[in-house]
Design a protein around this ligand. Structure first.
Ligand code: KDO
Length: 325
């Protein structure tokens, strides 16, 4: 075929584009999360992570627990049926009890503290264990916000005894249910995606997400108060499958790590900004805010963890190392 130089060039370019595109299509990165598609974390995955790895991987975000039920993502990754999830320390604690130290109430102080813990020397052996025994690589940490007690009852609560008999929806993992018990409530396991209906029907009396989640999921439409217990400065881990990660070239691995960290930083910054400004919006929606006796909550929650089997699984001295950061 005798193509004029210009057409030859165009044909060559087209072939190159096709091969790059084909190459990218070979690598599929599916992320499954219960976060909704409008959640700051999902937006960061779509706007930061997806374009940053497009040269070698097709990112597919599955939000609102549309691909895997909340709490089943890590097992799906371990089985090779999923490449990535937005995991919680509580979900990691289902496999490795020592992770429950990162899910305990009143331990992490803020995002900076969460990052210091995540990048600390003493966290390395735990990350390695997750990689070696479950095939899960924790690449970075996202600030999720300060968890608060959001009730259908307008009066809110002052001390843990006020939560006695209150059916508080918690995520399904054991470590989550224990947090509900430590707060003084009667924990009820309900998936994140079903929490709005559970509140609306009165199947539960309340839930405990940070303000940005309470707004994103419109929980304020079916509740009347928020008590600022701030009982858990919550986080998520961006977890990827070791098999998937090892299938990438060194250069692609570095691009993935950089993209994940950029997305984690973007999501965390957005959540921090939203959290600071949502109280007035929620008050306009009819939510009454209450300040609890924080000492009473902190004392009860920390005592509950220290007396529990959870703290028996904590690496000796690690709580002091976390507090010292
Ligand atoms: C929730 O179910 O309340 C929770 O906030 C728990 C978090 O660990 C995390 O799983 C989160 O849901 C989901 O990412 C949805 O926001």
């Amino acid at each position: 075929m005798n193509l004029a130089p210009k057409k030859l060039l165009a044909a060559a370019a087209a072939t190159l584009m096709l091969s790059t595109a084909t190459q990218a299509a070979d690598v599929k990165l599916r992320l499954a999360a219960s976060a909704s598609a409008t959640d700051s974390r999902a937006v960061a995955m779509e706007e930061v992570l997806k374009p940053a790895i497009a040269s070698f991987a097709d990112y597919e975000g599955h939000y609102g627990a549309s691909l895997f039920k909340q709490g089943t993502e890590l097992e799906a990754i371990a089985r090779g049926n999923l490449e990535m999830s937005i995991a919680s320390a509580q979900e990691m604690a289902e496999f490795f009890p020592e992770f429950s130290i990162f899910s305990a109430g009143y331990v992490h102080r803020d995002y900076e503290h969460q990052r210091a813990v995540f990048n600390s020397e003493f966290m390395k052996p735990l990350k390695q264990k997750a990689e070696d025994e479950l095939g899960i690589k924790l690449l970075d940490v996202i600030y999720l916000g300060k968890r608060t007690v959001n009730l259908r009852d307008p009066n809110g609560v002052r001390t843990p005894s006020d939560l006695n008999g209150v059916k508080l929806r918690m995520p399904g993992s054991e470590a989550w249910l224990f947090l509900g018990t430590a707060l003084g409530a009667n924990p009820a396991p309900v998936p994140y995606a079903e929490t709005y209906t559970a509140l609306q029907t009165g199947a539960v009396d309340g839930q405990d997400n940070p303000l940005p989640n309470t707004v994103d999921m419109k929980f304020y439409e079916v509740t009347k108060s928020i008590t600022l217990t701030n009982h858990l400065v919550d986080l998520n881990y961006l977890a990827v499958g070791k098999k998937f990660y090892d299938s990438l070239s060194t250069d692609q691995q570095q691009q993935l790590r950089a993209a994940v960290s950029a997305a984690a930083a973007s999501a965390s910054a957005k959540i921090i900004e939203k959290e600071a400004g949502l109280r007035s919006f929620l008050e306009e929606q009819g939510i009454q805010f209450h300040e609890p006796d924080l000492d009473a909550f902190r004392t009860q929650v920390q005592k509950a963890y220290l007396e529990s089997d959870y703290s028996k699984n904590w690496v000796p001295g690690m709580i002091d190392q976390i507090n010292a950061l």
